[in-house]
Write a protein that binds this ligand. Structure first.
Ligand code: CTP
Ligand code: MG
Length: 224
């Protein structure tokens, strides 16, 4: 069994919406609701905790536990994990509300991979399709071309053995602020992190263009 933490306390500055991004309507539902609905279909999930902006705790859907998020994403994860203290599962799923296109199967497959691989963390990730080059200090002269076959664009869900996540989130405030994903904190502590191939469809809604694309894909899904 597992507990799921959804981080939904961001401001959505790049989207430029009036209110919090996770509550923006996408294909007829608040963005956050899509991930909650997917998680409710996963039989291993016995509790869902959502980190929300402190003044919008009322926006948590029924059957979920609301908690005020923090200044950074990792602080929001930590707040949600604290709120899940009473739920005794050994496995914790962390998911971004901004990935509204997530499918229940991706959660189930991540949980199965954690159990089967013996890793500390399993992260959903998509193979990189662009060629990636690294530039030097001048910001434009190419220094190297990375081996694309070994590059993965990281997504959520990220599924953790609970003690690995607790240890990762006890890192300094400085490291927490620098972490764009929590698996990086586990990596730094020598934990084993493995990727699970996930579809590009599970992209993060960041910009107005992403929102238009998500709207189109989710409307298409609802009509099927
Ligand atoms: N998040 C959070 N608490 C924060 C910052 C982010 O819970 N202090 C959540 C967001 O709500 C989102 C996820 O982390 O679901 C990924 O973050 P991102 O896509 O960067 O969302 P925002 O921070 O809201 O967007 P922006 O960076 O454009 O302001
Ligand atoms: Mg952000």
């Amino acid at each position: 069994m597992a507990v799921a933490l959804i981080v939904a306390a961001g401001r959505g500055e790049r989207l430029g919406s009036a209110g919090p991004k996770a509550l923006v309507s996408v294909a007829g539902r608040p963005m956050l609701q899509w991930s909650v609905d997917a998680l409710l279909e996963v039989s291993e999930v016995q509790a869902i905790v959502i980190a929300l902006p402190a003044d919008r705790l009322d926006a948590a859907p029924p059957q979920t536990i609301a908690v005020a998020g923090g200044e950074t994403r990792s602080e929001s994860v930590r707040a949600a994990l604290d709120a899940a203290r009473e739920v005794e599962d050994e496995v914790v799923i962390v998911h971004d509300a901004a990935r509204a296109l997530v499918r229940p199967e991706l959660f189930s497959a991540s949980l199965a991979e954690l159990a089967g691989s013996g890793a500390d963390v399993v992260i959903a990730a998509a193979p990189v399709s662009d060629t990636i080059k690294q530039v030097g200090d001048d910001g434009r002269t190419v220094e190297s071309t990375l081996d694309r076959s070994r590059l993965w664009a990281v997504q959520t869900p990220q599924v953790f053995r609970r003690e690995a996540l607790v240890r990762a989130l006890s890192s300094s405030a400085e490291l927490l602020a620098a972490a764009t994903d929590d698996a990086w904190l586990v990596e730094r502590q020598g934990g084993r992190v493995v990727v699970l191939a996930a579809p590009h469809e599970n992209f993060k809604i960041t910009t107005p263009l992403d929102l238009r694309l998500a709207e189109m894909l989710l409307l298409e899904r609802s009509s099927m």
